[in-house]
Ligand binder design. Structure first.
Ligand code: ZN
Length: 313
């Protein structure tokens, strides 16, 4: 059955000590304060459950829609909406962190999903870098470097620029640095183990670190740095270009110049407009809009000059 109703979503915003104002100034969102770090653009997670904007499901939470109208999402066999898409604006450095996999999170975090995530770099200052991976050779060296704070030796920084794409598997030490803006596609999970927070204070106190859990889950040795970053700035125009396919998601980039048509043949397709403006099947869309094309949507036609990141399970 053909289903042509596009599900537009209202984002949820998160204040963070490292956040800023770019989500208002560059993205024109109505942000709650000057330290806004994250826009949860497509999420049904209890810590930030988006509502539908307009149409027959106006105001409905995505978690409720997933439960009540599974046919919209291809009846995917999962007890919760499986993905979460965010825009992150890092005015300052984020903490050095690592995520568990499903098995560890299920055991230690009340049945939560683990977190596999990937980043499309929306913007980065000249000479920017990120922390991805580490330099410890074995578990013993890992523990020593972390416990004695040998951060310079431990952390591996890699250069990044606008248009780069990075897959972060569970167990990968990572951190976004100040000035970088990303679109993150991830498993719907909010479990982060903080390894190091640059000794920063919030209301006079350091944020909690999770050293023991981090030591449990960090992969040693880390994957080679050269295998971590994909240049996705170019790619084919007017067609979905696959950036990653893993157990949890498939993510594409779509750069439209003029007109593009593609077949929405997936259980559902999340789309985020990251540049420009135009129309999808007659609906005006612009940078900062996020929506879902439901199951059975069929052919979609996009007109204008704009870029999307799209994903499904
Ligand atoms: Zn992360």
């Amino acid at each position: 059955m053909e289903n042509k109703e596009i599900l537009f979503l209202n984002p949820v915003f998160k204040q963070m000590i490292w956040g800023g104002r770019k989500l208002a100034d560059k993205w024109h969102y109505d942000i709650p304060g000057d330290n806004t770090g994250e826009c949860w653009a497509v999420s049904a997670h209890p810590n930030g459950d988006c509502t539908v904007r307009g149409g027959s499901y106006d105001g409905k939470r995505l978690s409720a829609l997933w439960a009540e109208a599974p046919a919209l999402f291809g009846n995917v066999d999962c007890d919760r909406f499986p993905l979460l898409v965010k825009i992150i604006d890092a005015k300052d450095d984020l903490s050095i962190q690592v995520h568990p996999d499903d098995a560890y999170a299920g055991r230690h975090e009340n049945g939560s999903f683990g977190k596999t995530e990937c980043w499309y770099i929306l913007d980065a200052p000249e000479g920017a870098s990120l922390v991805i991976g580490h330099n410890a050779r074995d578990k013993e060296e890992l523990a020593d470097m972390i416990r004695s704070g040998r951060w310079q030796e431990f952390l591996r920084e890699v250069p990044v620029k606008k248009g780069d794409f990075i897959q972060i598997d569970p167990g990968t030490v990572h951190a976004i640095k100040g000035g970088i803006e990303i679109l993150e596609t991830q498993q719907s999970s909010d479990i982060t183990y903080r390894v190091y927070d640059y000794d920063r204070l919030t209301d006079g106190k350091p944020r909690e670190l999770h050293v023991e859990k981090s030591l449990d889950v960090i992969t040693v040795p880390a994957r080679a740095a050269k295998d971590s970053v994909l240049d996705a700035a170019g790619g084919e125009k007017n067609e979905l270009t696959l950036l990653v396919a893993c157990k949890y998601y498939r993510v594409w980039k779509l750069a439209v110049e003029g007109r593009a048509a593609f077949d929405q043949k997936y259980p559902f397709l999340i789309m985020s407009v990251i540049e420009g403006e135009g129309k999808i099947d007659g609906h005006p869309v612009k940078k900062g809009d996020h929506f879902i094309l439901p199951d059975g949507y069929g052919e979609a036609t996009v007109e204008g000059n704009l870029q999307f990141i799209a994903s499904t399970v």
